[in-house]
Design a protein around this ligand. Structure first.
Ligand SMILES: Nc1ncnc2c1ncn2[C@@H]1O[C@H](COP(=O)(O)OP(=O)(O)OP(=O)(O)O)[C@@H](O)[C@H]1O
Ligand SMILES: Cc1ncc(C[n+]2csc(CCO)c2C)c(N)n1
Length: 274
């Protein structure tokens, strides 16, 4: 996953193969990753069941449990709603517990979800609490092979969105991908060069690359329509938005932590099997 190339610089590989059914990922294309899924309190993407099937650990952040309870059955309108609710039971529900509805709390508690009430902590949001938990659980794993997928990080209140982006920076040594129906966002830490393997059936072409934690004096890319060549980027000056992927592999090398975002398509296979 992390190989060393020129001048001993580590290369981190990225691929959104979690948006493909397991059967569609070739052995060469497959990154040996273990996934956790965190469901936040925003509309769940229609491919949530696919993420659920890939994940070894499924966590709802407080009101995220309502989203699974209400939202997953709606994705399978022809099926028995209660059966679906019994099939999608989170391992853990964690947060300050001011948003989960009492009947949802009771339903999942009876089905064995571990419920962790952190209402005493009003200094970090529920995504932060969930990722801290994942970090504790996975300390035995090689973090570079572990990836946390997050649904519902975008949309609605901008202070929530800002806190969710901040979580990428707070936990910059972990692989975390924020997902909505329309796009995905991940942090590319400056500690590595990056190779992003584009899954063109499900993502692109629109993409963006920019620093939000501090300026970049020098960023160089390949594989984009508007590549950067030792370019400076900062808010208040140039940032790369409405760019497009031009090749199956995009490379990024920067002196700053950058956010990478790419649009998502809606192919048939993202539709569902439950
Ligand atoms: N509109 C939103 N946009 C983006 N993320 C959201 C939004 N609403 C909720 N979330 C995410 O889901 C998590 C759980 O949502 P919940 O409604 O329980 O929030 P909360 O922690 O009680 O926050 P607050 O009390 O400020 O509303 C939040 O911590 C946040 O990460
Ligand atoms: C400087 C500062 N600003 C805001 C909050 C409030 N806050 C931040 S995260 C959170 C939990 C939301 O579930 C709450 C209430 C704080 N503690 N410190």
């Amino acid at each position: 996953m992390v190989s060393r190339l020129v001048q001993n610089t580590k290369v981190m590989k990225h691929a959104a193969t979690f948006l493909l059914p397991s059967s569609a990922v070739s052995a060469t294309n497959r990154l040996a990753q273990t996934y956790a899924l965190v469901v936040l309190n925003q509309q769940i993407p229609k491919f949530t069941p696919l993420l659920w099937s890939h994940a070894k650990l499924r966590i709802c952040a407080d009101g995220g449990a309502n989203r699974i309870f209400d939202g997953v059955p709606k994705l399978f309108p022809d099926q028995n709603q209660l059966n679906i609710q019994h099939r999608y039971v989170p391992n853990v529900i964690k947060g300050d517990m001011d948003s989960i509805r009492p009947e949802v709390h009771q339903f999942y508690a009876e089905l064995g979800s571990e419920i962790i009430d952190n209402s005493e902590n009003q200094d970090t949001n529920d995504l932060h609490k969930c990722i801290s938990f994942i970090r504790e659980q996975t300390s035995a794993f090689d973090h570079s092979n572990f990836c946390t997928l997050v649904t519902g990080a975008l949309g609605g209140r901008f202070d929530h969105e800002a806190a969710n982006l901040n979580a990428l920076y707070v936990f910059s040594d972990m692989r975390i991908v924020l997902l909505s129906d329309d796009c995905q966002i991940r942090l590319l830490p400056k500690t590595h060069q990056h190779e992003i393997h584009i899954q063109s059936t499900i993502e692109g072409p629109h993409c963006g690359l920019f620093p939000i934690g501090g300026p970049s004096v020098s960023t160089t890319t390949t594989g984009l329509t508007w590549d950067l060549c030792n370019s400076e980027m900062k808010f208040g000056s140039m940032i790369s938005t409405s760019n497009k992927v031009r090749e199956e592999k995009v490379t990024v090398c920067s002196d700053a932590d950058l956010l990478w975002t790419i649009s998502l398509k809606t192919p048939i296979h993202m539709g569902l099997t439950c």
